[in-house]
Design a protein around this ligand. Structure first.
Ligand code: HEC
Ligand code: HEC
Length: 230
């Protein structure tokens, strides 16, 4: 935990913001020292939906946010805030007037990234011995692991999400949304999504849902409750 926090203190937040009018994306680097105490306070707003543990749920309506890379959280937060990623539900809660500017955003993402992860996230329907699992493994290794990592660990610096520990349904729904053009992601991933059909994408994230999350990132039990919100 200590290492994670000191990393965050000296970490750079690199992200892309796209202006609704402009075609070009602007890359900016933020260099804030996150304040975890203030992040906890801001997270009180998020916890109304994401709950104090930020563990997400099995029907895919909420993602597991706990333990996600700071740059990933920041990039998604900004995309939702400026409307490039559409979420009617979350949009009003993440505006400047509701939660503040970049400092507040960096506080809250730093706080979320230090939360222990759900030790019982939901997995896909196809177990290891099935042919779907085997096909998914092949697809994942060929098309996805270059960015999301061999074990779905993602990449903080490049803002590639950690898929390890993410709920299967959430991933499946996001891919379907991306496939039908309702969510835009990294061009490298858009290209891959074009080449694969929904069944293949589901098989790939089925495989990803079985990645083992390192023990030190997990909460001690599935009944763990975030003591900051008792
Ligand atoms: C009114 C409910 C609501 C509130 C309040 C809310 N969220 Fe969300 N959030 C959602 C929903 C629903 C999604 C899933 C969006 C989708 O399906 O695309 C989401 C998605 C996200 C994501 C994207 C995660 C990913 O892996 O793709 C991040 C990051 C996030 N929320 C952070 C926050 C933070 C930080 C706050 C508080 C400042 C917050 N949310 C407040 C409902 C909410
Ligand atoms: C070129 C790099 C790249 C490749 C290849 C790639 N992705 Fe992604 N993926 C990303 C990035 C970056 C995001 C975050 C969304 C964004 O672009 O803002 C993402 C988002 C996702 C999400 C949504 C996660 C969330 O929390 O919202 C899922 C699920 C996903 N990718 C699965 C896959 C699968 C499955 C494959 C292979 C079939 C794949 N990706 C290939 C870079 C990549």
């Amino acid at each position: 935990m200590k290492a994670a926090i000191s990393y965050l203190l000296f970490g750079l937040l690199c992200l892309m913001i796209s202006n609704a009018q402009a075609v070009e994306k602007i890359m900016i680097e933020l260099d804030f020292t996150p304040n975890l105490e203030d992040g906890k306070t801001t997270f009180g707003i998020c916890a109304r939906c994401h709950l104090p543990e930020a563990w997400g749920n099995s029907d895919g309506t909420y993602p597991q946010l706990a333990g996600q890379h700071v740059n990933v959280l920041m990039k998604q937060l900004l995309a939702i805030r400026n409307g490039t990623r559409h979420s009617a539900l979350m949009y009003p809660f993440v505006q400047q007037r509701t939660i503040g500017g970049y400092q507040e955003l960096s506080n809250v993402v730093a706080y979320i990234s230090t939360l222990p992860m759900n030790p019982a996230h939901s997995k896909g329907p196809w177990k290891e011995a099935s042919k779907e699992y085997g096909r998914g493994k092949k697809i994942y290794q060929e098309y996805c692991s270059s960015c999301h990592g061999d074990n779905g660990q993602g990449n903080n610096e490049l803002a590639y999400p950690k898929l390890q520990g993410q709920h299967f349904q959430y991933m499946s729904q996001q891919l379907a949304r991306i496939k039908r053009g309702a969510r835009e992601v990294h061009p490298g991933m858009m290209a891959v999504i074009k080449d694969l059909d929904l069944q293949q994408l589901d098989e790939a994230v089925n495989y990803a849902s079985y990645f083992v999350v390192p023990k030190e990132s997990l909460a001690t039990s599935k009944t763990w409750r975030n003591p900051d919100f008792k």
